[in-house]
Design a protein around this ligand. Structure first.
Ligand code: SF4
Ligand code: SF4
Length: 345
C-alpha cells in the first residue's frame, strides 16, 4: 500500500481512487535537500541571504509592513479566487468528512519559539493529559467511520512529553491501518531508543530542530547518524532546521511577535478540511487556535461526524466565507494555506 501523503489531506478528492497519493512536488534545491541516505532536510528561512535580508528589514522596521503588503497582494491576485473555487467545490453537494485530524494528548510544549503563542514562556494553559479513554473513544469513532485520512498525534504541543505517545500510536495503527499517522516534534525529548520505539507505528515523523545558530541538537544529530546507513525510513522521516526566533504568520492573531494586521479579504480552507482536538475533547476551530478561543464542540459529548456537520460548525464556515472579521480569531489571522492535495481539484 502506498502510504505517502500530501501532508494535508483531502485524499477523497483524488479521482484516481488512490487513498494516499504521493504528491511530492518539492525538488532538491534552495530549501530542500536530501542527505546521502535519502533523508529529507529542509532549511526553513535559514538561507544566509534570506536571513540577512530579513535582519536588515526587521532592523529598519519594514519587515512586517512588507510581509503584510505581499500577503494582501497575493490574496487579491492569486489566492482569493482559488480558495473560493475550492470551497465551492467542497460544499457543492455535501461537505466531505475531514481527512486531517490532529489530536493533542498533552497540553504543553517545552519549546521557546517566539512566534508561537504557546511557547514555554507564554503558554497560559495548565499541564493536562488527555484521558486515555477519551483518546480510545476518538480512535473508535474514527474506526466506525472507516477513516483513511491523516491522523496527527500532535497539535500545539510537544507530543513526546507524553510518555503514552508510543502506545497511542500503536492503538491508531491497529484500529486504523489505512490512516496516515503523522507526528511533528521539536525533537528535544527524542533519542535513538525513542525514535526506534515510535517509528514503526507512524507514517511520518517531522523533526523541527529549532536553533538560531543553525546547529543540530546533539540528540537529533545522533538520530541522523543512526539513520545514515539506513534507507528504510527515508520516506517517513523529515528533518527541518528552523529558527527559534522567526517572524511568521500571526497564528490566529496570537503570535506575540506580530503586530496588528488589516483583516485579509479571503476565506479559509482549514474549517473545511481538518479537525483539531484539544486534551479535554474540545474541538477548536483550527490548528492555529492554540488556546481554544473558538470551540465548535466536544468529542466526549458528541461524535466527530455530528460535530463536523453541526450547525455551529457551518455557522463558523459561513461567517469565515463572508468575512474573517466575523470570527474574532480570524480577524487578525493572516494564514492562507492551500493544501497541495486539493490545489489541483
Ligand atoms: S512552535 Fe512548536 S515547538 Fe515551538 S513553542 Fe510552539 S508548539 Fe513548541
Ligand atoms: S482564518 Fe486563521 S484563525 Fe481563522 S480558521 Fe483560518 S487559520 Fe484559523
Amino acid at each position: 500500500m502506498d502510504k505517502k501523503h500530501n501532508n494535508i489531506g483531502h485524499n477523497y478528492l483524488n479521482n484516481n481512487g488512490s487513498v494516499h497519493k504521493n504528491l511530492k512536488t518539492t525538488k532538491k534545491g534552495f530549501y530542500v535537500n536530501y542527505d546521502k541516505a535519502g533523508y529529507r532536510i529542509d532549511h526553513y528561512n535559514t538561507n544566509i541571504f534570506r536571513r540577512l535580508a530579513r535582519k536588515v528589514l526587521i532592523k529598519i522596521g519594514i519587515f512586517e509592513p512588507i510581509k503584510n503588503i505581499k500577503k494582501r497582494l497575493m490574496v487579491k491576485y492569486v489566492w482569493k479566487e482559488k480558495v473560493n473555487n475550492l470551497i465551492k467545490k467542497l460544499t457543492k453537494s455535501n461537505l466531505p468528512l475531514f481527512d486531517r485530524i490532529s489530536i493533542e494528548t498533552f497540553s504543553k510544549c517545552n519549546g521557546g519559539c517566539s512566534f508561537c503563542p504557546v511557547n514555554r514562556f507564554d503558554d497560559p494553559r495548565d499541564d493536562n493529559l488527555m484521558n486515555e479513554n477519551l483518546f480510545k473513544n476518538i480512535i473508535l469513532n474514527l474506526y466506525d467511520l472507516d477513516y483513511k485520512g491523516q491522523v496527527i498525534l500532535s497539535l500545539n504541543n510537544e507530543p513526546f512529553l507524553d510518555k503514552r505517545i508510543y502506545s497511542f500510536a500503536k492503538i491508531v495503527r491497529n484500529y486504523l491501518p489505512e490512516a496516515y499517522i503523522s507526528i511533528l516534534s521539536n525533537g528535544t525529548p527524542l533519542n535513538v531508543e525513542r525514535f526506534k520505539r515510535i517509528i514503526d507505528n507512524v507514517d511520518e515523523l517531522i523533526i523541527d530542530n529549532y536553533n538560531d545558530e543553525l546547529k543540530w541538537h546533539k540528540n537529533i544529530k545522533a538520530i541522523m547518524e543512526y539513520l545514515a546507513d539506513k534507507e528504510i525510513y527515508k520516506d517517513k522521516v523529515k528533518f527541518r532546521m528552523r529558527l527559534e526566533n522567526d517572524i511568521l504568520d500571526t497564528r490566529a492573531g496570537q503570535a506575540n511577535n506580530r503586530g496588528w494586521i488589516k483583516t485579509l479579504d479571503i476565506s479559509c480552507l482549514y474549517p473545511f478540511i481538518s479537525i483539531n482536538i484539544q486534551v479535554n475533547g474540545d474541538i477548536s476551530l483550527c490548528c492555529n487556535d492554540a488556546l481554544s478561543k473558538e470551540v465548535v464542540g466536544n468529542v466526549s459529548k458528541k461524535s466527530l461526524e455530528d460535530i463536523w456537520y453541526s450547525k455551529k460548525y457551518f455557522d463558523y464556515r459561513n461567517k469565515i466565507n463572508s468575512s474573517r472579521k466575523l470570527v474574532s480569531i480570524c480577524e487578525g489571522c493572516d494564514t492562507v494555506d492551500i493544501p497541495r492535495g486539493i490545489a489541483n481539484v
